[in-house]
Unconditional design. Sequence first.
Length: 448
Amino acid sequence: IPLKLTAVAAEPHLTVTAYLYGQTYFVPDGHPIAKVDPDDISRDRSGRKNYPMVLARTIDEAGRDAFVVEYADASPTANPSPADDPSGCCTAGFDLCGIENDGQCQCPASTYDTSDCEAVPGVLDAVETLEGFRMKYLYLTRLTTRLSAEEMTFDPAFESTPVRPLSTDPAGTYVDLDGCTADVMAPETAAWVDAVEDCAAVYCDHGQCVQTEQGVGCACDAGYVARVFTDLDGARSVTCVPQDPPVVLDKDIALPDPCAGVDCGPAGVCHDLGGFAACACGGATAAVVREDPQSLVPQCHPIVEMSNAPGAENFSAVRAAIPVCFAPPPEDCGGLGWLEPRPVTELAPNGVVCDSSLPADPSRLVPPPLPDPDICEPGGDGGQGTASSSAGGASGQGASGGIESGGTPSDGMGAGCGCRSEPTRPAPLALLTLAALARRRRSPAAPH
C-alpha cells in the first residue's frame, strides 16, 4: 500500500484498512499486530463510541506502525451473518420483514430486495464480486491501522500465515452512577470523572485531553498544534500534530493562506500546516471543536479540569471503585416480612452498607413470631404463618452504578437490606405433631 505518497494530503489518524482474501490468513510483513483492550472501549456522555480513538492510541503505543486484526474468519456473504441480523430480515431466506419494493436497499444479496438495490449504482456489482471471492477463497483477513502524515514513512506489505490471528473485540463498558439513589462517598473523585469522561472519545496523541469552558479538547505539548479533522465515525475530532508539517506543499508555488480570517481565540495563534489551518493555544487554554458543524478549525478556551491522559480510554471505569452507600431499604416487605442485611457476597465491590442503607426503625430487622399452631397451619398463608419468599431488595440500580455493556444496563443490587418472608428457623417437630393432633380434635366448622 503506497502510504508514503499519501502523506501529502493525509488528515491526522488516517484510517487504512486492507481486505485480504486467500486460502489462508494474512499478517503485516515486518510490522507488529496490536490488540485493542476492550476495557478501554466506552463512550462519552453524548453516546459517541470511542473505538476509533482507542484504535489510534493502541497503534501509536505499539510503535506507530502496527495493525489491528478486525476480522479473520471464513469469507463472508454480502448479507449480514445471523448474529448481526437479530431481526432475521436478511437471513431468514424469505421476505420476513416486508422490505421488497420499499424503496430501500437493505439486503443486497437477497432476491426479494434486488429491485430496490438495482437503483443504487454499483451495489449489485459489488455483491457479485464479493460472492465470487467467497466461492474462490476460504478466508478473509481485515487489517486496519491509523496513521498521521508524519508516521507515513513505510509502504506496508502483507504475508500469509497458517495461524489464525486474534481479532479485536470492539465491545465496551460504561459505568454510570446517575441512577443510584444512595450517597457517593468520594464526591471529589466522582466530580472529576464527570468533568473528564468525555475525553473517552478524544485522542490528543501529543498532548493531554482536558475539560474547558466549551467542552473537552486538547492541550498540546510543546512543538505541537491542534487540528480538527473528520474521524473514522464521520464526526469531527481534535488532536495534536507537529507544528512543522512533514510535507511542504508551497515550496515553489503560491497557495492561499489558510489562516486568513481565522480566529483561534484570545490566546490562540493560527499556524499554516501545508495548506491546513491549525491553532496553537497559549496560557491555560486548550483547543476544542467549534460548534459550527462545517468548521475544521479549532478554537482555544480556558481549561477547567485536567485528565492527565491523552484521552481515548474508559474514564467512567473509575466510578466502579468509588465507594457508594447502598440504596435505602424497601418501603414495605409485606405483612409477614422483615428486613435482613444483604450478605457481603451480594454487595458490589464498591458497595458499602451505610446508615442510610439501614432502616430508621430497628424493629423492621426483627423477624415476626413463628406460626401459632392453634391459629393456622404451619406453612400456611393465614394469620402469622409463613408466606412465599418475596424478591429481596428494591428494584433499580445499586452501588455497582448500573454498568452497561454494548449499550445494555446490567442489573444491580437495590439496597443494603432486602426483604425476607420465611421464618429464621423451622418449627420443631413436636410442635408440628401437636398442631396436627389439635386439628383432628377441631370440628369441621372450626376456622383454620
